[in-house]
Design a protein around this ligand. Structure first.
Ligand code: LMG
Ligand code: NDP
Ligand code: PMR
Length: 405
């Protein structure tokens, strides 16, 4: 619903020509008023703020458009600047979503595809699974492209970037969503380059991917360019969920600096013994730190919005595939009826789709969460997950590990 509001608001930029859009305007009026302003007011405000935000980019971008605008304006006085702006955003946005073959990634891809305003590049390790998932989710054929990406191999990440560039699509939004969780593993397993698997996939693979694709984002002429890295409550020790053992803790990064290979260094970031659940939570801390470091290094110069989020506890996804069956049976009712932190895959997909597309979520450097009425708010990260010095060191060590420095 919130997404409907989002797409409606963004439709302030496009020409509203079909009655369907207008019909859904009234149906989602109530939800949009969650943000505290009426839909029409919000549309106006978003339109204005978005215009302001893009002003610098637009003026740098195309003198040509300005000249054309002036020419049209003189010959046809009824064409205003705002109607030209609307025309500019008529092209579909292109969004890359990693791990779009199941769970949150698939639900997000579906939610975006359904708006008709987005083309989703589903960056997945299993091509056939992704294609089938898109089809059974009912995504229109022309709303997505599946491209191979295995985040457990840095060669594959580089290959993906090459393939994406060959396709000659602009990149408007990148969503780093894929992840693995190994709560029952007694021994670490490793990526192609020999990094412990969960940090290797969830953090290092995405780190290389986003560092390479930042240039593509910079080159996009889309009005709101975004890089989103999915975080989680369980990496934040300022919450109850983040205090369930084993707790996230990156320590002094000695294991990460040693390459996480389990041979001459520990497989864990803090240099300790391998614990699968901790490795996952540590990787989420890296995700949230990376988002903030991107913000500090790139936001001002590029105007790109960097964001992270906790979409809610989606207790039914494939993330828990390696957990014991008893856990998989009890976890959804536990979250639904006891913690009340449960969200469905489709609701979580709408939330992430909001972070991709909603004109009211353009603030950079934010970790988004949603309250009980599904309204978004800027959440507080734990001390470690917002440690500026740690973020810089994670960035620098990661750069070395993925061959960027
Ligand atoms: C580990 O066990 C596993 O060892 C590891 O392999 C991995 O799976 C990892 O996180 C994943 O979990 C965690 C284990 C130990 O937790 C359990 O699963 C035990 C469950 C015990 C059930 C307790 C009763 C709950 C109510 C019953 C409901 C029935 C449904 C059950 C569904 C089960 C699904 C979970 O965890 C413990 O040691 C238990 C104690 C955890 C309490 C942690 C809370 C401490 C917080 C205190 C500080 C709060 C401060 C923050 C304040 C912030 C305020 C904003
Ligand atoms: P799923 O397991 O359903 O989805 C994970 C996706 O990542 C799958 O598409 C999977 O592909 C893909 N993936 C795994 N390894 C690789 C790899 N090496 N290369 C490319 N893709 C890979 O889990 P969720 O949807 O729950 O998780 C999505 C995100 O949400 C994660 O970042 C997770 O940390 C986060 N999250 C989840 C919460 C939850 O409660 N579920 C809560 C908070 C955050 P395949 O389909 O081939 O297995
Ligand atoms: Mg948690 C408000 C309480 C809350 C929330 C929102 C979550 C989310 N969890 C909460 C509480 C608790 N959990 C409590 C009190 C317990 C002890 C009984 C508990 C246990 C627990 C386990 C064993 N929870 C878990 C696990 C997992 O294996 C999951 C995990 O840590 O994956 C890394 C998990 C989660 N709890 C959550 C969320 C969102 C998860 C999983 C996913 C994630 O962080 O990505």
């Amino acid at each position: 619903m919130a997404l409907q509001a989002a797409s409606l608001v963004s439709s302030a930029f496009s020409v509203r020509k079909d009655g369907k859009l207008n019909a859904s305007a009234s149906s989602s009026f109530k939800e949009s008023s969650l943000f505290g302003v009426s839909l029409s007011e919000q549309s106006k405000a978003d339109f204005v703020s978005s215009s302001l935000r893009c002003k610098r980019e637009q003026s740098l971008r195309n003198n040509k458009a300005i000249i054309r605008a002036q020419a049209i304006a003189t010959s046809t006085p009824s064409v205003t600047k705002s109607s030209l702006d609307r025309k500019k955003t008529l092209r579909k946005g292109n969004v890359v979503v990693t791990g779009a073959s199941s769970g949150l990634g698939l639900a997000t891809a579906k939610a975006l595809a359904e708006t008709g305003k987005w083309h989703v590049i589903m960056a997945c390790r299993d091509f056939l699974k992704a294609e089938r998932a898109a089809q059974s989710a009912g995504m229109p054929k022309d709303s997505y492209t599946v491209m191979h990406l295995d985040l457990a191999s840095l060669d594959s990440v580089r290959q993906f970037v090459d393939n994406f560039r060959r396709a000659e699509m602009p990149l408007d939004v990148l969503v780093c969503n894929a992840a693995v969780y190994q709560p029952t593993a007694n021994q670490p397993t490793f990526t192609a380059e020999g990094f412990e698997l969960s940090v290797g996939i969830n953090h290092l693979g995405h780190f290389l991917l986003s560092r390479l694709l930042i240039d593509d984002l910079k080159n996009s002429d889309y009005p709101s360019k975004r890089l989103i890295i999915v975080g989680s409550i369980t990496g934040n020790t300022n919450t109850l969920a983040g205090n369930v053992p084993p707790k996230a803790n990156l320590g002094d990064l000695r294991g990460l600096a040693g390459g996480l290979n389990g041979l001459n260094s520990s497989a864990m970031i803090d240099g300790g013994d391998f614990v699968g659940a901790k490795a996952y939570k540590d990787s989420k801390v890296c995700n949230m730190l990376t988002m903030q470091e991107f913000h500090r290094r790139f936001h001002e110069d590029t105007g790109i919005t960097f964001a992270s989020l906790y979409p809610g506890c989606i207790a039914t996804t494939g993330l828990f595939r390696e957990h014991i069956p008893l856990f998989r049976t009890l976890f959804p009712p536990f979250q639904k009826y006891i913690t009340k932190g449960y969200v469905s895959e489709s609701e979580a997909g709408k939330r992430l789709a909001q972070v991709v597309a909603d004109p009211s979520l353009t603030k950079s450097g934010v970790y988004w969460s949603w309250n009980k009425t599904s309204a978004s708010f800027e959440n507080q990260l734990s001390q470690e997950a917002s440690d500026v010095e740690k973020a810089r060191r994670v960035w620098e060590v990661s750069e070395k590990l993925v061959g960027l420095a």
